[in-house]
Design a protein. Structure first.
Length: 67
């Protein structure tokens, strides 16, 4: 018997007190840094984006067999 599982995770991060501290200039560096973390964890980053006070990450984790 086999099953197919495909689970995506939508993760939202907010700045402290929703302060507008994620400037347009810093966001590309932050997104690249987060991409590196996700990649090192063997996950697949589908999309990352955000505005001054929060960001969204859409990712897929590797399948883990259930014992």
């Amino acid at each position: 018997m086999s099953t197919y599982t495909q689970i995506y995770y939508h993760i939202v991060f907010s700045t402290k007190n929703r302060q507008p501290s994620l400037t347009k200039e810093c966001r590309p560096k932050l997104f690249k840094y987060i991409w590196g973390i996700v990649n090192n964890k063997k996950c697949r980053l589908i999309r990352i984006n955000g505005v001054e006070d929060h960001l969204h990450i859409l990712t897929k984790f590797p399948e883990v067999p259930i014992l």
